[in-house]
Structures are given as structure tokens and as C-alpha cells.
Design a protein around this ligand. Structure first.
Ligand code: ATP
Ligand code: MG
Length: 435
């Protein structure tokens, strides 16, 4: 029997992993510019945590969680609940009144696997806890937008407000009575949701439900004055920061804990999987989980979907793997000298490849191209004798003599200097991408 990866769980091969790392490095860089600090969390949590935070009548809790039934444990389907659990458990609000936290890692949901939808997928998750100002909402959205812009991913931003415990319940009642009137035209799921989670009906993807919902009462028009003002101030802040957005009054988000601002970054380029990232404010969540009365706002972006969108970009724009130098050996003595020089180059931070098999120069040059080496340093026994190797620029094919006098450490320093000079993108050893 051939053993294969299970459906919905995917290997990330090196060619893809390099892009993932590029995305993660951009995310860390940008998040940290906004004062975010990384938090790392366990993958397994008490089932109760997700039921209490995400909500019982949500798709995630009803059908998508991987739960060990006999132990009351669940593989996390998202990160916000876990961050809140850790925040409360360690009293992080005592340390800093406003906590800005991010985490990157795998999430698990039992869904039907398809392009951009997996059972183990990965999120970049960012949260700001302890601040209520609408500028915070705009700042967080702007951070997400900055990341997508940096990755050259085109999305549209939609925002909405879900109100608060003052204005949402009366609205819900009005919505339910409307939905009951039109229940004959709703899908089975939505007829059920009318009683369990009526807001979810608003974002049903079925065209028949969409038509019915278009005429439903609008929550935006039913906001209390505080929520109304908050939403207006978020909009003004976004405009001030020149972040384009549109309002989608039917966006409700799949998790119960949201209040006030919600938002999604959407794409048309992934078929049915339209959301690249999404998030919102959750003013009651921390208290609900037994913590202090603090509010927060956060978003999660899907790494798979970002990576898929990057793959659609022009080849020359994609981050590439590369080696700095391939050391080509020719002869017995050369092999020893090159082995030592290679080790010294690596010690000095140069990405170096070598082949010990004694193949022909032609074969070694071919291998140098395959590993995307920028230079090949050719050192045969003759070159050793003359203390002059040949340094070949693999993109221009130009060759120069390379001084092999002095210790391996001196030689490595000289080569590192050549690399530094010829490299227009900072350190030669980081993942690079054409501007
Ligand atoms: P969708 O409507 O696509 O199911 P969602 O509302 O369930 O998304 P969130 O819980 O808001 O998604 O998660 C935030 C992001 O995580 C999504 O925008 C998406 O990029 C990513 N994501 C969610 N579920 C999956 C999945 N099963 N596979 C891959 N990425 C996912
Ligand atoms: Mg989903």
C-alpha cells in the first residue's frame, strides 16, 4: 500500500516554501512596524474555548472542528480565541494596557478540500487588544492593506458594522420576523439559521437567498448612536489614510464574537474562495471568556490563498531561491582545498554549494545553474598551483581571475566582498525578489 498525505493536508515543497517564507518575512516586518509582537500558541486547546468564543451555532463549531471527543480537546480552527485565552491566563493587560500581538501557524477545519480551501491551512493573525478608538480599527485594516500591497496582491476591501449588544438584539428581532415572512423562499440551511443564527442568512451564498436578503432590513440603519459614530469615524480614518473601501451591509462573518467593525479583503482571482483575509472588532469576547472588560480587534489572512495569488504574478516577480557560489573542483588536491574553502565561506555567511563526485566541469556548471548559483568558483589543481581560481558570473558568463593566495579565511573574505559589491539587494543570503 502506498502511503500518501491525507486529503486536505498538503506538503509545502521547497519551491513553494520559499514563497511562504517571503510572505511570512514581509508580514513580520510590516506587523512589527506597527508595534506588533509575536506570540506562539499551542495547536490543541479545550473544545470549550472555541464553543464559547466562536459560538455554538456557527459553521466552524457545528461542522468544521477536529475534536477528540473523549478528551474534550480540539485542534484550533482559528487563532483569536487562543490568543484571548493566553491573554487572560497570563494577565497580559497588566503588563501593557494595549497589547498588539500576532501569530503565524496552522489551523484545522473539516471542510471540503478544493483550491484555496484545505483542512490544515495557515493563517497570519494579528490582534490589538485593549483599545476602543476607531482609529485603531483603521490602523489595523491599513496594516493588512500594507501587507497585501507589499506582496503586490490586488484585493478589494469591504467593511461593515455589526453593532453592539444594545442595537443588535432589536435588529435581530426585526430580521427574524422578516425572514419568517419569506421563509418559503429560503434554502433549508437558512430556514434553520433563522432560528439559530439569523444574521448568517444575510451572507448565504445561494442566489435565491441573496435575492430575498436584498430586501431585508439593514443593520447599518439600525445602529445605536455610539456604533453609528464609531463606524463613521472608522470610515473617516480610512479615507484619511487613503485606503479605498466599500460598504457591504450583508457581511456578517462566520464567527459569533464580532461587534461593530468587520472587514474582508476580497479577490476575484481565486474562484469561489473570495476572502484572502478577514477580521473585525470583538468588544465582548474577553469578558465572555472570563477576562477583564476589554475590547479588541483583529484579522486573519490565509497563507495558502496569498501564495496562490502570488503564483499568478509574473515569474520574474516571484521570490527565488539561490546560492551565492558554486565551488567547482577539478582534481585531488583541489577537492581538499575546495572542501575547506566551502566550509569557511559558509562560516562567513555565504550560501555555498559544492559537488564531491568528481564530475566533469561541464556537469558541475550545469549543476551550478540548477541551484541558481550567482557565481561559480572554478578551482582545479592547476589553479591551485598558480594561486588563481576562475570566478564565473553565471548570468553574464563573464569570467575573472580570483586570487587564491593566503588562508582560506582570507580567500573567503575576498569572495564575500565581491558578492557584496555585485549584490544590489542587501545581504546576499536573504530571500530576494526583483523590485
Ligand atoms: P471562507 O468564507 O472562505 O470559508 P472564513 O470566513 O471561514 O472563510 P476566516 O475564519 O475569516 O475565514 O479566516 C480568515 C482567512 O483564513 C480567510 O480569509 C482565508 O484566507 C483563510 N481560510 C479560512 N478557512 C480556510 C481553509 N479551509 N483553507 C484555506 N484558507 C482558509
Ligand atoms: Mg469558512
Amino acid at each position: 500500500m502506498k502511503i500518501q498525505a491525507i486529503n486536505g493536508f498538503k506538503d509545502i515543497l521547497p519551491e513553494t516554501a520559499i514563497r511562504w517564507r517571503y510572505i511570512e518575512e514581509c508580514a513580520r516586518d510590516i506587523f512589527e512596524r506597527f508595534g506588533m509582537r509575536e506570540i506562539r500558541l499551542p495547536i490543541l486547546e479545550s473544545t470549550e474555548l472555541f464553543v464559547r468564543s466562536i459560538g455554538e451555532a456557527t459553521d466552524v463549531v457545528e461542522k468544521e472542528m477536529y475534536t477528540f471527543a473523549d478528551k474534550g480537546l480540539t485542534m484550533r480552527p482559528e487563532a483569536t480565541a487562543s490568543i484571548m485565552r493566553a491573554f487572560i491566563e497570563h494577565g497580559l493587560h497588566v503588563q501593557r494596557p494595549v497589547q498588539r500581538l500576532y501569530t503565524i501557524g496552522p489551523m484545522f477545519r473539516h471542510e471540503r478540500p478544493q483550491k484555496g480551501r484545505l483542512r490544515q491551512f495557515h493563517q497570519l493573525d494579528a490582534e490589538i487588544i485593549g483599545a476602543v478608538e476607531p482609529q485603531i480599527d483603521a490602523e489595523l485594516i491599513a496594516m493588512g492593506q500594507m501587507l497585501l500591497d507589499t506582496l503586490k496582491i490586488k484585493t478589494s476591501l469591504e467593511i461593515n458594522s455589526l453593532g453592539c449588544p444594545v442595537c443588535r438584539p432589536p435588529y435581530k428581532q426585526r430580521l427574524v420576523s422578516y425572514l419568517k415572512q419569506v421563509s418559503g423562499q429560503l434554502c433549508d440551511d437558512c430556514r434553520r439559521r433563522t432560528h439559530t443564527n439569523p444574521l448568517r442568512v444575510l451572507d448565504c451564498k445561494k442566489s435565491t437567498c441573496k435575492a430575498v436578503v436584498a430586501a431585508a432590513p439593514s443593520l447599518l440603519e439600525a445602529l445605536c448612536p455610539e456604533c453609528d459614530q464609531h463606524f463613521l469615524a472608522v470610515r473617516r480614518s480610512l479615507e484619511m489614510l487613503a485606503i479605498p473601501y466599500s460598504i457591504n451591509r450583508f457581511m456578517v462573518r462566520g464567527l459569533d464574537y464580532y461587534s461593530r467593525t468587520t472587514f474582508e479583503f476580497l479577490t476575484n482571482d481565486l474562484g469561489a474562495q473570495a476572502a484572502v483575509g478577514a477580521g473585525g472588532r470583538y468588544d465582548g469576547l474577553i469578558e465572555e471568556l472570563g477576562g477583564p472588560k476589554l475590547s479588541g480587534i483583529g484579522f486573519a489572512m490565509g497563507l495558502e490563498r496569498i501564495a496562490l495569488l502570488m503564483e499568478q504574478q509574473a515569474e520574474e516577480q516571484l521570490p527565488v531561491e539561490s546560492m551565492d557560489v558554486f565551488v567547482a573542483t577539478l582534481g585531488e588536491k583541489s577537492l581538499t582545498a575546495c572542501t575547506q574553502l566551502t566550509h569557511e565561506l559558509r562560516r562567513q555567511g555565504v550560501k555555498t554549494a559544492i559537488d564531491y563526485s568528481g564530475r566533469s566541469l561541464k556537469a558541475q556548471l550545469k549543476q551550478a545553474s540548477r541551484v541558481q548559483a550567482r557565481y561559480t568558483l572554478i578551482i582545479g589543481d592547476d589553479e591551485l598551483e598558480r594561486q588563481q581560481g576562475i570566478l564565473r558570473n553565471m548570468s553574464t558568463q563573464e569570467q575573472d581571475l580570483f586570487d587564491l593566495s593566503g588562508s582560506h579565511s582570507r580567500q573567503a573574505e575576498r569572495l564575500a566582498a565581491v558578492l557584496q559589491e555585485s549584490c544590489c539587494q542587501g545581504s546576499p543570503s536573504t530571500i530576494s525578489r526583483n523590485p
